[in-house]
Design a protein around this ligand. Structure first.
Ligand code: SAM
Length: 447
């Protein structure tokens, strides 16, 4: 929209731009088109646009043929968009993007997030949509220049801080260009900038405890001018030895440490699991016939190497909101590393019943002992890795304590989201889970 059209439209819909909603409307159409082009949108994409306003970016996103979910807090603007963009591919949500649950986006194949963000809440919004696990494959955002500089900063610079590390821990950030205040109505007090944010490959950085790392970074940057050794004394007692080992200056300040050095520091406090503990190659399992009758016992490599029929359990743990906990398998697993799977699962061991295995696996993997109920039995096939699987379910009202030698990360998801996710991106899941989920849905839909 040209400036004159923006002015006329705002008059017509009786909106005077609100500072509290960060309402600065873009009137440079070439720039709007350029921003959308940077996201390389195709008709297969599901694009979430935060704060569409009068549709400056929305129009160009729709031209790419993508499905757009536009989240606009101002109901008057949402109403305007509905009448001016009558397009089946545009879904308008007149609500606060801060209340939107990004995990619902797992139900779509390729999710991209775009927006000329309301500046008063831009960092909070950004962090909400970057919360792990995240289904978003690209973010293309206009932000205050100062925030964009902090997101893309390098160590030993003024802009490098806790926000930089929080975002760069799982993403690469590229500062694309500075945008002057003159392209907006009304003009904001500061310049803006466009950034592109892409998720890192999950194996790019060493395994670590995210929560611990965040606590360390927060403590380290709590007083920028102070030496790090003093600020994290509570976490690291023998700073001289640790700093020498990690090649960090003895008197370094937080801003001097690179991301890999921060990770190494966290890993000194809580070392990541030994890769060998993720797979016990000497485990012995019962080998069974077509009817699940025990024939003999064999070790793990023989069972998997020769595709022998064996037994396993899968456990689905729900919370009180009816959401299911899914785990992402550890990067060190010999089968299906980093794939999403049931809350807990494992092989039936030597002289163990299915019920005993279910209780043991739940305790070992999630540190809990809630009562379990049998759901159904899934027959052994290539799709289950030749496992007969008894599927169990349970309900938790407390915290789960995932074992990080088995589990990379985990989260609760609504069953409808899992339905969408398993059909949009089955390759994200361990095949056994897909069979179990089908069995569970058949059973619960029939009930
Ligand atoms: N995209 C439009 C453009 O480029 O001209 C408008 C951008 S304007 C900077 C920010 C937009 O975000 C406004 O339309 C405002 O009403 C909307 N907004 C503000 N806070 C929001 C929130 N919490 N959730 C969703 N939209 C919000």
């Amino acid at each position: 929209m040209k400036l004159s059209d923006i002015l006329a439209t705002l008059r017509e819909i009786r909106v005077s731009p609100a500072k509290t909603l960060g309402q600065n409307f873009l009137h440079d159409q070439n720039l709007a088109r350029w921003i959308v082009d940077q996201a390389q949108i195709t008709s297969d994409d599901y694009v979430v646009e935060i704060g569409p306003g009068l549709g400056a970016l929305t129009r160009f996103i729709l031209e790419k043929g993508a499905h757009v979910l536009a989240i606009e807090k101002d109901a008057r603007l949402a109403g305007f968009l509905r009448t001016h963009f009558p397009n089946q591919r545009l879904e308008i949500l007149d609500s606060d993007a801060l209340k939107f649950d990004p995990r619902s986006l797992f139900a779509h194949r390729t999710v991209k997030l775009l927006g000329n963000l309301p500046y008063n809440v831009s960092s909070v919004l950004l962090l909400r949509f970057l919360e792990q696990p995240s289904p978003i494959s690209l973010l293309l955002l206009m932000l205050q220049k100062e925030v964009a500089e902090r997101l893309s900063a390098s160590p030993s610079t003024h802009d490098y801080g806790a926000l930089t590390l929080r975002v760069q821990l799982h993403h690469h950030v590229k500062y694309l260009r500075t945008v002057p205040a003159t392209v907006f109505f009304p003009r904001p007090e500061v310049d803006s900038a466009v950034v592109r944010i892409l998720p890192r490959d999950p194996l790019e950085l060493p395994q670590h405890d995210d929560q611990l790392l965040r606590r360390l970074v927060r403590a380290g940057f709590s007083q920028r001018r102070k030496q790090l050794r003093k600020l994290i004394r509570e976490h690291i007692k023998d700073w001289d030895t640790v700093s020498r080992r990690l090649n960090i200056g003895a008197n370094a300040r937080a801003e001097e440490l690179s991301l890999p050095q921060w990770i190494a520091l966290a890993n000194c406090i809580a070392p990541p699991p030994d890769p060998d503990t993720a797979v016990n190659r000497n485990e012995r399992f019962p080998i069974v016939d077509k009817k699940d009758r025990i024939l003999r016992y064999a070790n793990r490599s023989e069972v998997h190497g020769n595709n022998l029929r064996h037994r396993a359990v899968h456990i689905l743990i729900f919370n009180e909101a009816g959401e299911l906990y899914l785990q992402q398998r550890s990067r060190w697993k010999d089968r299906h590393p980093l794939k999403w799977d049931s809350s807990a699962a494992g092989h039936v061991a030597f002289r163990e019943s299915y019920d005993e295995t279910a209780r043991r696996e739940l305790k070992e993997e999630l540190g809990t002992t809630v009562p379990l109920h049998k759901v159904s039995k899934v027959s052994a096939s290539q799709r289950t890795d030749h496992e007969f699987i008894w599927l169990y379910r349970g309900l938790t009202s407390g915290d789960l304590v995932p074992d990080n030698s088995e589990i990379e990360q985990g989260a609760f998801f609504r069953p409808a989201v899992i339905d969408g996710w398993t059909s949009a991106r089955p390759e994200d899941f361990a095949p056994g889970f897909l069979e179990c989920w089908k069995a569970y849905r058949r059973k619960t839909r029939a009930a």
